[in-house]
Design a binder for this molecule. Structure first.
Ligand code: FE2
Length: 504
């Protein structure tokens, strides 16, 4: 169906048009690919930086289409849905009935406006035995720290899925020129100077991020499978415990607002929808028998950081039984899934660094916010990984690249790794960065299983085959000005049967 045909489709009787201005300022997205479907997302906001996106408190009908071709000549699915004011005029369509392992194009329409088109890709059939899977990991896109050039490059990669590992937005102030972007064409309202806590402020913050054309390009190019980290709510929060002193009931209201806005603004299915301050985000995506991906949530269910949090020399509390990063339910679900998956590879897409990372000093200090602060859960996972080959941990959070081998006993560097970890740097957070960072070199001296470190911005592009993982660390020269080229700083491979990252 051509543009004219899409416009001619009937909307609900007496349906209001949302606005004269284009309501598709936030782009489109797809996510969580299944063999027979994907989630399609958009959100109506003709004036994206205003409360409610400049829309009245009314619901608007939206039509959607999925086609086999970019020109929308061969429509395979279409339908109608509602952009509800109660959900920030967001749209989530759980399309089913598609063919496995193939590309589709999608778009939306409301009133006389048609959205930009997105491309997506379904997962292989459950029984398929794919030879290859290509994905990337990305995380940490503080708007105030730079331009999303990495996402523009990412949009040009040929990927089956992008795993986004957290810090989609940051809760702190954004100045009127966008911080380090210093964008002369931008004039943000003063409300962006407020740290996000209310639902409206979160909605506006997501709208700001989503107006970025490079971010829109990356969403429109590939399905995303997202999990969050801390900054979508508040720096280093732990379950119901805030980093900053507020009464727990107040923090849970804050968390409820943050989770609600997260759900509204991401391509997630209905079962992920929050109820008050609770949002069941952890889930599994299957890519035939080649890989099962576990999207983990290490924030919502964790025990509070040991010894008051921080990078500490000695902390007895860290080893107390019952301390958990995943929470009992998620932990059991993950361990059972890994043990029984039958997939060639198990990908643990999650937030914080799993490899032991000693920061130097006499006892080789450890960071209590990472898996280093929760050794019992780590031991359980790596114990399972020792029995089930093909575990790859995918990590964000710390704004540096690492290639790390995972050992069941990090004090015995001579023992063979049981799994590997790829820690992806930030997209912008931390600013331009540098190739060599003395702090990281010190960590490598104390923790020899850290095979590679780098402090530039970018993402990690990966390819899985039946027996081999290959990872390209893609880096930019700068992010505080637009337009950086991208290069592959290092490539590592690991064999499924003999895990351990080695330079390619
Ligand atoms: Fe971050």
């Amino acid at each position: 169906m051509h543009r004219r045909g899409f416009l001619a489709l009937p909307l609900a009787t007496l349906a209001p048009a949302p606005a004269k201005a284009d309501p598709f300022t936030l782009g489109v997205a797809s996510g969580d690919p299944l063999p027979d479907g994907v989630v399609l997302w958009t959100r109506l906001a003709p004036r994206p930086l205003e409360p409610a996106g400049g829309l009245p408190k009314a619901d608007f009908p939206v039509r959607w289409q999925v086609a086999e071709d970019e020109g929308f000549g061969r429509i395979v699915k279409d339908g109608a849905t509602t952009a509800a004011a109660a959900y920030g005029h967001s749209v989530h369509v759980d399309v089913r009935g598609l063919e496995p392992g193939r590309d589709y194009f999608y778009r939306f329409r409301t009133g006389r406006h048609i959205s930009p088109a997105g491309r997506t890709r379904t997962a292989p059939a459950r029984t398929a035995r794919p030879d290859r899977m290509r994905f990337a990991i990305a995380s940490c896109q503080n708007y105030s720290d730079g331009w999303y050039t990495a996402l523009r490059h990412l949009a040009g990669e040929d990927l089956d899925v992008l795993f986004f590992l957290g810090d989609y937005l940051y809760e702190g102030a954004v100045t009127s020129a966008g911080g380090a972007r210093n964008d002369a064409s931008l004039r943000l309202p003063d409300t962006f100077e407020l740290a996000t806590d209310t639902l409206d402020l979160y909605r506006m913050r997501y709208a700001l991020y989503r107006t970025d054309p490079d971010l829109q390009a990356a969403h429109a190019a590939v399905p995303w499978a997202l999990t969050w980290d801390d900054h979508e709510v508040q720096d280093n929060y732990a379950a119901g415990v805030p980093r900053f002193e507020v009464p727990p009931v107040d923090f849970l209201v804050h968390r409820a607002n943050a989770y609600r806005a997260y759900w509204e603004n991401q391509p997630l299915r209905r079962p992920r929808q929050p109820a008050g301050p609770d949002m069941p985000l952890h889930r599994r995506l299957r890519f035939g028998d080649l890989a099962h991906a576990y999207l983990l949530d290490t924030r919502q269910y964790r025990t509070d950081q040991a010894c008051g949090d921080g990078i500490l020399d000695v902390c007895g509390e860290r080893d107390e039984p019952g301390r958990t990063l995943l929470g009992p339910g998620q932990r059991t679900w993950l361990l059972n899934g890994m043990a029984t998956s039958g997939a060639r590879w198990n990908l643990l897409a999650q937030q914080v660094m799993m490899a032991e990372c000693r920061y130097g000093g006499e006892a080789g200090r450890l960071d209590m916010d990472k898996w280093d602060g929760y050794p019992a859960d780590r031991a359980a996972i790596l114990g399972t990984a020792a029995r089930v080959p093909g575990t790859v941990v995918l990590t964000g959070d710390i704004h540096f690249n690492y290639a790390a081998d995972l050992l069941t006993d990090f004090t015995r560097p001579d023992t063979p790794p049981v799994a590997v970890e790829l820690v992806g740097t930030s997209l912008t957070s931390g600013g331009d960065g540098a190739d060599v960072v003395p702090k990281l070199q010190l960590q490598q001296r104390f923790s020899p299983h850290l095979r590679f470190t780098n402090g530039q911005r970018g993402y990690v592009r990966c390819e899985l085959t039946r027996d081999t993982l290959r990872a390209d660390f893609r880096v930019l020269s700068h992010v505080t000005r637009p337009g950086s080229p991208i290069t592959t700083r290092a490539t590592f491979v690991s064999e499924r049967a003999r895990p351990g990252l080695v330079p390619a």
